[in-house]
Design a protein around this ligand. Structure first.
Ligand SMILES: *[C@@H]1O[C@H](CO)[C@@H](O)[C@H](O)[C@H]1NC(C)=O
Ligand SMILES: *[C@@H]1O[C@H](CO)[C@@H](O)[C@H](O)[C@H]1NC(C)=O
Ligand SMILES: *[C@@H]1O[C@H](CO)[C@@H](O)[C@H](O)[C@H]1NC(C)=O
Length: 562
């Protein structure tokens, strides 16, 4: 329990926690995730000397000291933007968008490239390691260019509004944020750089991972005159109302024993919940007998599955939470558990006998213990409904700027979807069948009361996103890079639903073997510390980007001759 840990790592990685470099809020979905966010925020506020919610000692993330080192080398800068790019001139207010620049490798000249990393759905501060040792530095070093992290509107300190009411959030959408990036590229002046490096006079290469990866692809399609090249890493270009495939990737890719134990556990739990005689006993084993709605219970026990996405090849970036969870699940029965009530072990059947002579397999018992130790233990005694219940709408009505869970969730509810529901009948599953679209999406109606200017639709309108290309999105100098076992892969162009493509220099289409979520985005200052498949993808990116820049020079020098 050495350091302050990462709690609910994938639901709750926000700037203020000083950890979680490289982890996206894109998993923050559904009503239970908001509860967990709030629990963690409360814990973080009270600063009660670090009881670890999830034991995760190895995940130290980017420690505070390295953050302040980065802040010193890359001071924040600001660029003025209109709140509404599509308003009549003079009718809109302005705000300041934050960005950071790496000029370490800058070589002035007419062909100097500019690399911009889209901060996506989190504070841009969380992306600074990518400017220091990650993909921005790798590309700038290879080409004599500059690297930028551009914070996304409404995230971090790039705030166009004073609160997060539905009306205030109405300018948080794809069209506005794409227009921000375009306006920035065409007009920015960099401190300490005399040259005009704006687009299209210089070649700009736009990079993003995850949601920002989809944005990179969208920028190439929407603003081809400004964006010379783009790299969409784990780019979720297919918006979808339901996204059961996310958990199915985990089921298929995880360690077989762990995946099998999960499958057996959730099937048994579902059947115990459907029987009035055993319903309370199973919830009681998990420490939440008083939780009224079974959906809230199965949603709570689904939470650790998010650790799969948080894995990274670099232990300083990723979480080991998945391995810890699986080790707990797969373990042998251990006798001394005073919290678990009167239980006994039956060696002949390898079952644990719990309350009311109910017998459960050892993994179910272990699962219950894990949830109790890591989640329920954070909730004050007798308050499980307050902690993990999701049916009291007033819980979700705080619209202060500190309620940052409202941001990505608003994008989910309006344009993106991805509600994590149970798979169709007949498909094996590691989540409960009680996780319906109705349950997962009710937060959209609970959290965003209709405003004067805007109302959140009953279900997200995913048409606009998919109209930009969906699985088929493509362009010259648009690279698609995905992870083989990324739970988001089913909504990228590497989905099993997408058509196969060639991998070419002009249209790179690459998969990182064994990779999870945008594993090319982070790097080590000593490249030899990277595993072979990461060194390889970094080399490949440098090769195709260098070739794109040669094309730019050829085109522009021939123009000069005329
Ligand atoms: C609108 O802005 C333009 C350019 O800044 C200025 O010339 C014009 O007077 C403004 N109009 C009003 C009504 O403020
Ligand atoms: C939110 O901000 C807007 C304008 O910035 C203001 O008119 C409104 O009263 C605020 N609402 C709340 C609930 O704070
Ligand atoms: C959804 O969005 C598309 C494109 O933005 C629009 O044409 C359509 O009318 C919208 N559908 C609904 C039901 O609002």
């Amino acid at each position: 329990m050495a350091r302050k840990g990462v709690l609910f790592v994938l639901f709750l990685c926000f700037a203020e926690f000083a950890v979680c470099g490289g982890i996206d809020q894109i998993r923050l979905l559904g009503p239970q995730a908001v509860n967990l966010w709030k629990l963690e925020a409360a814990r973080s506020r009270s600063q009660a000397q670090g009881t670890l919610l999830v034991q995760d000692e190895q995940h130290t993330g980017y420690a505070q000291e390295s953050k302040s080192k980065l802040a010193k080398e890359f001071p924040e800068q600001w660029f003025e933007q209109p709140v509404d790019h599509f308003a009549k001139v003079n009718e809109t207010e302005t705000w300041h968008q934050r960005y950071w620049v790496n000029t370490r490798h800058y070589a002035p000249g007419p062909n100097t490239p500019v690399f911009v990393l889209d901060g996506g759905e989190t504070s841009g501060e969380d992306r600074l390691p990518f400017l220091d040792t990650g993909i921005m530095d790798i590309l700038a070093r290879a080409t004599g260019g500059i690297g930028i992290v551009l914070e996304h509107r409404y995230y971090g300190q790039s705030l166009p509004v004073k609160n997060l009411t539905t009306d205030s959030l109405r300018f948080l959408n794809n069209a506005q944020s794409a227009a921000d990036s375009a306006h920035f590229m065409a007009n920015v002046n960099f401190d300490g750089i005399d040259e005009d490096l704006t687009a299209p006079a210089h070649p700009w290469i736009y990079y993003g991972g995850s949601y920002a990866g989809a944005r990179a692809a969208h920028m190439k399609v929407l603003y081809p005159d400004l964006v010379w090249g783009a790299i969409a890493s784990s780019g979720v270009t297919h918006a979808s109302i339901e996204n059961w495939e996310y958990m199915d990737i985990i089921r298929r890719a995880a360690d077989r024993v762990c995946s099998g134990n999960l499958q057996v556990s959730v099937e048994l739990i579902d059947s115990l919940l459907s029987n009035p005689l055993t319903r309370t006993a199973i919830k009681s084993l998990f420490g939440v007998a008083a939780l009224e709605h079974d959906e809230d219970f199965v949603s709570l026990i689904e939470s650790p599955l998010g650790y799969w996405q948080a894995r990274n090849w670099d232990p300083e970036v990723g979480s080991t939470g998945w391995d810890t969870f699986c080790a707990a699940l797969n373990g042998k029965f251990e006798q001394e558990e005073p919290d678990m009530g009167a239980v006994s072990y039956d060696e002949s059947t390898d079952m644990v006998i719990i309350e009311g002579d109910l017998m459960v397999p050892v993994p179910v018992y272990n699962y219950a213990k894990y949830i109790k130790d890591n989640f329920v233990s954070q909730c004050p005694d007798g308050a499980v409904e307050e902690c993990f219940g999701t049916w009291d709408d007033s819980k979700f009505h705080d619209t202060g700027l500190d309620q940052t869970w409202r941001l990505w969730l608003f994008q989910v509810c309006t344009e993106w979807g991805y509600f994590s529901t149970a798979p169709p009948k007949g498909v094996p599953r590691i989540v409960s069948r009680l996780l319906t679209l109705e349950y997962e999406s009710k937060i959209c109606r609970q959290a965003y009361l209709p405003g004067k200017h805007f109302a959140v639709p009953a279900l997200p309108n995913i048409t606009a996103v998919n109209a930009l290309g969906d699985y088929d999105i493509e362009a010259d100098r648009l690279a698609i890079i995905d992870g083989e076992v990324d739970p988001w892969r089913p909504v990228t162009p590497h989905s099993e639903y997408a058509r196969p493509r060639e991998d070419t220099i002009l249209r790179p289409f690459k998969i990182i073997r064994g990779g999870v979520h945008h594993w090319d985005e982070n790097g080590r200052s000593d490249i030899l510390e990277e595993p072979p498949q990461i060194q390889m993808i970094h080399e490949e990116i440098v090769i195709f980007v260098t070739s794109w820049l040669e094309d730019w020079e050829a085109e522009h020098s021939s123009q000069n001759k005329h």
